[in-house]
Ligand binder design. Sequence first.
Ligand SMILES: [Mn+2]
Length: 374
Amino acid sequence: MSYAFLHTSDLHLGRAFGTFPEGIRGRLREARHGVIARLAQAARGAGLGDVVVAGDTFDAETPAPETLRHALRAMEAEGDLRWFLLPGNHDSLAATELWRRIGAEGPGNLVVLDSPAPHTPAPGVWFLPAPCTQRRPGRDLTEAMSAATPDGAIRIGIGHGAVTDFSEDGSGTGIVPPDRAQLSGLDYLALGDWHGRRRIGPATWYSGTPEADGFKHDDAPGALVVRIDAPGAPVQVTVTETGQFRWQRLSLPLLPGEDAPARLAALLPPAAGRRDTLLRVEADGRLHLAGRAALEAALAAHAPDFGWFEADLARLRVEVETGDLDLIDRGGALRQAADSLLAEAADDTLGPDARAVAEMALARLYAFVLEVQA
Ligand SMILES: [Mn+2]
């Protein structure tokens, strides 16, 4: 007897991405919906018939009617697969109306694991679900995974929540014991909540979200193909990538005299994937005024390639040589402004914030003058 399935979690369908501009916001939402089809493809590609979503299928307890309906129809369209949904903390059982609608409008190939009672998806195989009863249950719901099953069964725990001391929302200590699989005699424990992929033990994994939603986790998002050859046999877990968008943080340490635009260009991802990349460049170190102006021009030139682009230069200091100010002007109002900004930037009696502002203002003035002269 063997069993295999696709383990995923944290689809967060309907997430609003409210802090992003409208265009990319819509594309990010659409990519989350599209992940249903990509998960189906991943399952089929691995020869699997069952997809288990370990919580947070939906971002909110009351998703927009079209978010819910589109998801249910997309799952229905993958008619050769079965979808098993566990209520997570974002879509907990407290969302009674959501789960009532899913029950009423959901397709026949969708199973809601809304009770901690063991559920058998295949002969000899038992799911031991721990659905979230509310957003913060405040107790270890995975105790239910110790429930008895017939002898010789494959036992698969399905839970959602933080293990020991880390949690996705940073809210403090978790409550799922990291050795839950051992404690409850599980062949595998499928967890959701953490949005990055993470192995907690040989038989315990967070799948992570199949479509990234932030810069926090570096691995390419995917789902887990879980194979159990026999009860008690070591589980085999492989990753299959499912993400559309890449969220990339790029650190750019600089030194005066360096060719900052060339350094930047060498670090940028290949041109082909840029439309589906959200890129955040974080520069630090020091540059001369001319180097900084060149870097800013290069950043502005690359930005439209990307789905979203942000450069953080707050930690990049400016190094000024006397000759640099001659490029602004040899005298007059602009030169006077430049001289006083330079004096302020070097003034030890000022706080670091005030000096940084003076530096940035000087860099702006310099870049502006170059622009006008060009
Ligand atoms: Mn989540």
